[in-house]
Design a binder for this molecule. Structure first.
Ligand SMILES: *Cc1c(COP(=O)(O)O)cnc(C)c1O
Length: 382
């Protein structure tokens, strides 16, 4: 492959050259644990054991890295396995982390319940408030700022470039969980981030049929620590799961365009609907963070949240009445999903400062026919 290829070309070809032995145009599923050595210690291309290296996983790692403009990539069994590996590989007991107060719930649980016992300290702040981020940094002990933008489910926007400057001035690293935006819409390394993380379960896989994670970076020392931990801790994805994610990635660009097209039409309907009191979408000119989103994202994505008149019971009724929008957690698949964060994805935040409004509904807008999606929402809103 030559340099400077377009995103769509990389999604289809990076790491995915035709199989040398057969010419198969899709990387085979190397469902294998160990490899022949031609003599003691003489492996073929370093292939010794599949926890350490597997060609199907290498294809996926190469592809995701190229899409983020990164030099190195590592794939994991889940987004949480990726997060755990990043935090343990890059930090040490006693270190301090700044993270969003509306960080993905699993990430909060990992830091608050697991890594705190290992000696990690954290401060949770409103990440869209850059001054609050700066104030939370403890010179000498803050080693990492964790960024998620757009956030879940309020779709707050954090200024990646500004946070990267604050972090680097304090000798801290910046990790961006880019799951919601995908590299098609937002490229955090180009904005100054050190590491990008994905739950490939969502848009990268894109078909709600696989759980996976990935971490990319262009810093060789960081990449070495992450792949050392990937092998040492063993939280790797199997070859078939890697193959599924890679298959999803080939259509990422066209899927994301359709997710955005459909989300924009859904936002238009919601904004004009008498029962809808608030619409949260970074593409709306009135959205807090719209200006930053326009700068750092290609388009505003497929996630939309909105509130309805009548409180929690009205919101729950809308969720229950929808049918093309499937009632369910998760996001980023081809099918549209609807959920009530206060009772579902964000139930554990009840009573905490990260509690979400109970009249809020979150949509993951899929790529079905837009008329069916709009009709379903009109019906669900009654
Ligand atoms: C789903 C998700 C994760 C966790 O990923 P899993 O693949 O479910 O382990 C992390 N961050 C964000 C933003 C997510 O949406």
């Amino acid at each position: 492959m030559t340099d400077a290829q377009g995103f769509e070309t990389l999604a289809i070809h990076a790491g995915q050259a035709a199989d040398a032995a057969t010419g198969a145009v899709v990387p085979p599923i190397y469902q294998v644990s160990t490899y022949l050595q031609d003599a003691v210690g003489e492996t073929r291309g370093g292939h010794d054991y599949s926890r350490t290296i597997n060609p199907t996983r290498t294809a996926l790692e190469t592809c995701i890295a190229s899409l983020e403009g990164a030099a190195f990539g590592s794939a994991f069994a889940s987004g949480m396995a990726a997060a755990d590996t990043v935090l343990r590989a890059l930090l040490a007991p006693g270190d301090h982390v700044v993270m969003p107060n509306d960080v993905y719930g699993g990430t909060f649980r990992l830091v608050d319940k697991v890594l705190s016992r290992w000696g990690l300290d954290y401060t949770a702040v409103t990440l869209s408030d850059t001054a609050a981020v700066a104030a939370a940094v403890r010179p000498g002990s803050t080693r990492l700022i964790w960024v998620e933008t757009p956030s879940n489910p309020l779709l707050h926007i954090a200024d990646i470039a500004a946070i990267a400057r604050i972090a680097h001035d304090a000798g801290s690293l910046v990790v961006v969980d880019n799951t919601f935006a995908t590299p098609y819409l937002q490229q955090p390394l180009a904005l100054g981030a050190d590491v990008v993380l994905h739950s490939t379960t969502k848009y990268l896989g894109g078909h709600s049929d696989v759980v996976g994670g990935a971490v990319v970076t262009s810093d060789e020392a960081i990449a070495e620590r992450i792949s050392f931990h990937q092998n040492a801790m063993g939280s790797i994805p199997g070859p078939f799961d890697c193959w599924l994610v890679l298959r999803g990635i080939r259509t990422l660009a066209v899927r994301m365009e359709r997710h955005c097209d459909n989300a924009e039409r859904v936002v238009e309907l919601l904004a004009g609907h008498p029962k809808v009191t608030t619409v949260l979408y970074p593409g709306l000119p009135g959205h807090l963070g719209h200006e930053i989103a326009s700068r750092q994202m290609r388009r505003a994505g497929g996630m939309v949240s909105f509130a309805v008149a009548g409180g929690a019971s009205a919101a729950i009724e809308v969720c229950n009445r929808a049918s093309v929008f499937t009632l369910g957690e998760s996001l980023g698949g081809v099918e549209s999903l609807i959920e009530h964060p206060a009772e579902m994805t964000h139930h554990s935040t009840t009573g905490s400062e990260a509690e979400v409004p109970d009249d809020l509904i979150r949509l993951s807008v899929g790529i079905e026919s837009i008329d069916d999606l709009l009709g379903d929402l009109r019906h669900a809103l009654g």
